[in-house]
Design a protein around this ligand. Structure first.
Ligand code: ATP
Length: 294
């Protein structure tokens, strides 16, 4: 039986702006995205027919609404492949946390099936399929550092901002991205990010500039649903972060640190207080193949 195992990396948003609502119900966004070295393990094994999903974690759908299932079904359908699949997800990326965990799993399935079934699709073809699954999936296929436009699926790669130390805190409350966008009133947004300022600061690796430009317009809405975000931000800043910001629609908050020592010290102080706390580095990967059995 053919089998492939992949790492599916989480993302944070260095900056997130919403430009307006579109006629198709989505919003036009402008986001600076970044992969981080926190990953789910996606194991795909060929079987005779059908698609089944296994996951050790409660609360993850195992049916056709799972993003990994949707990616597999789309791929099989698009290329008329009869063979079936068992997909096992080992989740490390917090769920419904603004870190694109579900999107990363879907991206890993697309990359994995392309490799396992030898279709030799180009990255742009995989990204087009990815966009059908969800707005964040094309970014997760390529990973690294990128500007995302449109509803998030139009990706322009930026020079990689790798090896930057972050501490992430995810609150237990799960946040619905749809609810946050639904509650967003652009007339009430008080601070807009400077997207080109962020890209420039990343390019120059100017940490003060990055910190200044870490702005997410969804933060004010999510704080109404989950006021504890402000407490987390204060806690992270008190531990010596250069800056901190919410990722995606939350409730993950990340702090930017100048080096590993500072990040690990902050992590040691925050970890006892928060059940989901991580120290990570930024990375240039969205998906990585770790094992192939053919
Ligand atoms: P995004 O930043 O793309 O909005 P998120 O990190 O906020 O994503 P996800 O972790 O992708 O959110 O989960 C959102 C919802 O999707 C979950 O509540 C879960 O029910 C559903 N879901 C479907 N497939 C998956 C999957 N493979 N992993 C996690 N959640 C999934």
């Amino acid at each position: 039986m053919r089998r492939i195992v992949l790492k599916a990396y989480a993302k944070i948003n260095w900056a997130l702006d919403v430009l307006g609502k579109r006629s198709d119900g989505y919003h036009d966004v402008e986001m600076v995205m970044q992969s981080v070295d926190l990953w789910d393990i996606v194991s795909i094994t060929e079987k005779d027919k059908g698609i089944s999903i296994k996951c050790h974690m409660d609360g993850i759908p195992l049916d056709k609404t799972n993003t990994a299932y949707r990616a597999a079904a789309l791929f099989k359908d698009r290329f008329g492949i009869e063979k079936g699949l068992e997909i096992e997800l080992h989740k490390n990326i917090p769920v419904a946390a603004g870190m694109a965990g579900g999107s990363a799993d879907a991206a890993a399935v697309l990359v994995g099936l392309n490799r396992m079934w030898g279709l030799n699709l180009q990255e742009k073809d995989l990204m087009a399929l990815a966009g059908i699954i969800g707005s964040d999936v094309p970014f997760c296929v390529v990973g690294g550092t990128a500007l995302a436009r449109g509803r998030g699926e139009e990706i322009t790669a930026l020079s990689p901002a790798e090896g930057i130390w972050l501490v992430l805190v995810t609150l237990e409350q799960r946040i619905s991205t749809a609810e946050v966008y639904g509650k967003l009133d652009l007339r009430k947004v008080s601070v807009k990010p400077n997207i080109s300022g962020m890209m420039d600061s990343l390019q120059r690796r100017d940490f003060e500039g990055i910190a200044r430009n870490m702005v997410n317009v969804l933060e004010e809405v999510t704080v109404e649903l989950c006021p504890q975000i402000n407490t987390v931000k204060n806690d992270i800043m008190r531990q010596g972060a250069i800056g901190c910001c919410m990722s995606g629609s939350g409730p993950t908050v990340y702090g930017l640190f100048g080096d590993e020592r500072a990040a690990r010290k902050a992590y040691a102080a925050l970890n006892p207080k928060y059940s989901q706390c991580f120290v990570v580095q930024t990375t240039g990967l969205g998906v990585q193949v770790v094992e192939v059995v053919s």
